[in-house]
Unconditional design. Sequence first.
Length: 454
Amino acid sequence: MTANPIAETVASLMPRARAELTELVAFRSVADPAVFPRGECEAAAAWVADALRAEGFQDVALLDTPDGTQSVYGLLPGPEGAPTVLLYAHYDVQPPLDENAWLTPPFELTERDGRWYGRGAADCKGGLVMHLLALRALKANGGVPVSVKIIAEGSEEQGTGGLERYAESRPDLLAADAVVVGDAGNFRTGLPTVTATLRGMTMVRVEVDTLAGNLHSGQFGGAAPDALAALIRVLDSLRAADGSTTVDGLAADAGWDGLDYAEDDFRRDAEVLDGVGLIGHGSVADRIWARPAVTVLGIDAPPVVGATPSVQASARALISLRVPPGQDAGAATELLTAHIERHTPWGARVRVEQVGEGQPFRADTTGPAYAAMADAMSVAYPGQEMQVAGQGGSIPLCNTLASLYPRAEILLIGLSEPEARIHAVNESVSPDELRRLAVAEAHFLVNYAGAGRD
């Protein structure tokens, strides 16, 4: 077997990568001060800035974005005339949910059965470590052949748009010939994948009011309008009998013509319980990559423990609607709002407030950057060809970058394969995937430096 110095260097750096990821995961960097103190995100941002300075990055800055969070920026100049590649990751994370459901503490990186567990290990603190690994391997083997910009976002999981608005106000800052977004993942472990489409997202908070205050259910129940029951009716109206999303006026019949996703594989990846059916119709890929999907994220209602026999005067829910490529998130928001208002029963008062939005994304996969990545992944994953897949999630910055820099190629790779269980309890990262994707990214930068570009 021919020696691969880059791969050997990355392998030698894996203990350092684990130590750094341990430090990063320890920051409870949820970008919501109602969940964890703001100082946790600030400390994580400072860690990223220090790491960039240690690697020789110039102009390292903590960018105060309009949503009140910080993004970290740095520039590593390359040879004169070399192309510029922007590397993206985010250091903020989802809340840990029920910490008692984690087998090990969510903010302590812990190895178990060959994987590293911790909130943000894959999504997306591991993505930042992947970028650092790739750059260190190149520096140890002749140098980085391109100019590199790194941007580490501080509020991606909240969808509050701070970095997007900052980039629009400073369009020179993130300009690049190619962008590698380290916030996606392989279709499955060991199968190199770039993500070419993302669903957009709109998130709304719905509040239903029916009474001046709660009432005794024995004295008033049966005639007094129950706000919680009204809200349940509204939420049920968003799905057909088979579970398909039904928002009045919103198309929900598009198809996916790329990589297939077998139902048995999906059931295993999603850990669907035996005997429970999947929802919707069409192929799995149709449902999760090409069609809208509504999810009730939370309901404010009395908990079962301690509940009193009362008719509820008010109820609230947080609703997410994933918007596929080819549809506009703003238009989808209007349709969702109108649907909720139209389907609220009994003349109940309803208020719909939008709390987040991001447009869907579709990449052009025909340029030199994709060819360079395909070659690089074949080196990092011997015997495997790069696959092109969709992703049901949203990364709002992608559309902002595509709008600001229409000639830049945008590639999405990362560590969030199905076993990673991102956004759920017991999130983890495969160290083998971290190692191989760092090798792939390093080879991509070498390939892209020598590729022909318009």
